[in-house]
Design a protein around this ligand. Sequence first.
Ligand SMILES: [Cu+2]
Length: 338
Amino acid sequence: MNATQPGASCCAPGRGGGTGPADGSGAVRLPPAPGTAPGGADRAADGRAAPAGGESHGTLVPLPGGTFLMGTQDAEGFAEDGEGPVRPVTLRPFSIDAYAVSNERFARFVADTGHVSEAERFGWSFVFAGFLPAALRRGAARPPQAPWWCGVPGASWRTPFGPGSGLDGLADHPVAHVSWADAAAYCRWAGGRLPTEAEWEYAARGGLDQRRYPWGDELTPGGEHRCNIWQGHFPTKNTALDGYPGTAPVDAFAPNGFGLFNMAGNVWEWCADRWTTDHTARRRTDPAGPASGANRVMRGGSYLCHRSYCNRYRVAARTSNTPDSTTGNLGFRCARDA
Ligand SMILES: [Cu+2]
């Protein structure tokens, strides 16, 4: 596949319910489970006005906002993804989670609300082939342009590697296999919301101006791994030199200048905005994305990102997916108005 194809990420196959990269990559189409209503997964959390308590948001970091330079014209960037042009963006103060939402936190939400995730409603989700036992890998439906993904019946946030798997040892790892609606429902329950893409990028930059990564311009300063991405030859040989073949705990690696963890790599993170690649250099205040469009923005890259395929763990990199899409490397964190 072509790494510079707009939105075509090694990391983000789509469920096939809409337009965009999902269709372009020949997304796998497994039928929805009978009697389910995809897209309604947030219903269980509707009407819950009160935050569920400070506990779930004990990790919120208040940020002052102000004006920063969003986007990049970096030669390593993907102009076709709409990473540029660089434009001044002014944000109101807001708060954002220091960590991606973990399995433990998501489980608390599900226990409290009875929320049924979209992957559970659809009856399947995308799992990286390298994590699957041969029996599940054999004959699995794979998107032709990203054949390292398998559509696995029975995979969900509770069973991230398919039937028979579980969350043992993964309590403090980021929840995955969550749709945009699942993420939004969690944030509402916790008294917050998904971050806008501009908030996410401002937060990820950690106070640094126009750097390539949340910590600076060098991927491994002094030879030290600073985030959880792919080392080796993608997708067949993962040397895991950063310490993690798959997800890492949400507090792995040093935080950025704002005290935020894993703003590069580990799991992609849903943002509130709909997707567009159409930006101008004009100054913007609190941009929230286009008013219509099928796809939602994802930021940050994942443990599957490698420079040879998907150099999207850079702080200005971006991609999108249909909101019903769920994969083993896609999670989220919450934000809140000041
Ligand atoms: Cu990637």
